[in-house]
Design a protein around this ligand. Structure first.
Ligand SMILES: Cc1ncc(COP(=O)(O)O)c(C=O)c1O
Length: 440
């Protein structure tokens, strides 16, 4: 095969979460990005209404991050992560710990959201064992939950397509119900009024399995990948109370809510509910270099710091845990967030976004609109017998008309970079309204 035909051959790459054959007939290639916009291979620009994939929170090609990455590769490209360290990983851990409320003051580094989830689940199991409660082995997830694609994540996850072809997964897993309730909560602005009692499902699961067998519950504070499900008022507080009552760890999967998405640094801050473990990734490096981090409470960390000092306390870690280049990217990202105040959004900006989301009410196919922080969702009436087709048509039409959106099922999810201006919010919703008018 010649060099040029190799370049133009799209066949070899098995694309993730993509209809490969359809894509390769009519590819959508991105070749550049800056600020709020992508550039396509055919020279058009797209307004990024998805922050890449919920990760580019400070916008694209931010100079501080670009410089920090380039400098770090030249200075220390790699350092082994086991039994050795480098200064930036300790600096980053201390900085992250300072961003979280007490007692979330220890950090375990990973390379993705999926790895963060698997790490948190393993820590939860090992923690109970270290305390002498090895019988606490069950993990509880939620219907429609998305926790990445590792075997742990799909086991506690609740999206059928991500689970059904992969065998038995982890055993000892159960699920509580999701909180989506269109009949009572359609067109809610911010947190829905109804549904705190969905948390009581956890009591039912406890009654069935007994608390002495349950290690942890994992939820996304706001479920993202399943199509943006905002928790009802009081729901997360109730989950926390039930976990406390039964000595069950609560894990918040903040892979998308972390780093400013809700208008506060983390969902932990937005809801004032403090879990025992928090998983993060994506926005930690503004999407530039793969990285994830799991925050663990002091109690959990201290429980491991017991046996002989020469012994490894947790037999877990990745070759690239705390990779120097990722740490440099993360530190520069946190500087950028801080300098520009991106992790705290004013009530005025959030209100502007909320009004813009709800301005789509009454447009063709729309059956619900929901929002929180700088997240928006447009739920469409599915085409009878062809679920997902309508939202995918919207995605294609948007791409054609200069807007990058993300769809799952028949839901359009919006999560722009946090640098979005009011003029760009107007542009986004103007374009999206035209898309909804145009599709069948
Ligand atoms: C809540 C949540 N957890 C985990 C993940 C998995 O992250 P990654 O794709 O980096 O493995 C995602 C990705 O979207 C997510 O939204």
């Amino acid at each position: 095969m010649s060099a040029s035909s190799r370049l133009n051959n799209l066949d070899a790459f098995w694309m993730p979460f993509t209809a490969n054959r359809q894509f390769k007939q009519n590819p959508r290639l991105l070749v550049g990005a800056e600020g709020m916009r992508y550039t396509t291979a055919d020279g058009r620009t797209l307004l990024d209404a998805a922050a890449g994939l919920w990760c580019v929170n400070a916008g694209h090609a931010r100079p501080r991050i670009v410089e920090a990455v380039a400098k770090q590769v030249a200075e220390l490209d790699y350092a082994p992560a086991f039994q050795m360290g480098h200064p930036k990983v300790f600096e980053l851990a201390a900085r992250l710990a300072a961003m979280f409320p007490s007692p979330l003051d220890h950090v375990f580094f990973t390379n993705s959201g999926s790895e963060s989830v698997d790490t948190a689940l393993k820590i939860a199991l090992a923690y109970h064992r270290a305390k002498g409660n090895a019988g606490k082995f069950r993990l509880i997830g939620r219907e429609r939950g998305y926790h990445g694609v590792g075997f742990g994540g799909i086991s506690v996850g609740g999206i059928s397509n991500n689970r059904k072809t992969f065998g038995t997964m982890l055993t000892g897993v159960d699920h509580i119900r999701h909180t989506h309730d269109l009949a009572r909560n359609a067109y809610s602005k911010g947190l829905p009024e109804h549904g705190a009692e969905f948390a009581d499902d956890l009591e039912k699961v406890i009654a069935l399995h007994d608390a002495s067998t349950i290690a942890a519950v994992i939820v996304e504070p706001v479920a993202g990948s399943t199509g943006v499900l905002i928790p009802p008022k009081g729901y997360l507080e109730r989950l926390r109370a039930i976990c406390d009552k039964h000595d069950i760890l609560l894990i918040f999967d903040e892979v998308i809510t972390g780093f400013g998405r809700l208008g506060k640094p983390f969902a932990v801050d937005y809801f004032g509910v403090v879990p025992d473990l928090v998983t993060t990734a994506k926005g930690i490096t503004n999407g530039t270099i793969p990285m994830g981090a799991v925050m663990a409470s002091k109690t959990i960390y201290d429980t491991f710091m017991n046996g002989p000092e020469n012994m490894i306390e947790l037999f877990h870690g990745y070759t690239y845990s705390g990779h120097p280049v990722a740490c440099a990217a993360a530190l520069a990202t946190l500087d950028t967030y801080e300098e520009e105040g991106l992790l705290e959004k004013s009530a005025e900006t959030i209100a502007y976004w909320q009004d813009a989301v709800h301005s789509l009410k009454g447009l063709p196919h729309v059956i619900d609109l929901r929002n929180l922080g700088l997240i928006g969702a447009v739920e469409l009436e599915p085409i009878a017998g062809a679920p997902t087709k309508r939202a995918f048509a919207a995605f294609l039409k948007a791409f054609e008309t200069g807007l990058m959106i993300r769809t799952t099922g028949d839901i359009i999810a919006l999560s722009p970079p946090l640098i979005i201006t009011k003029a760009e919010i107007d542009e986004l919703f103007g374009k999206l309204a035209a898309v909804l008018e145009a599709i069948d």
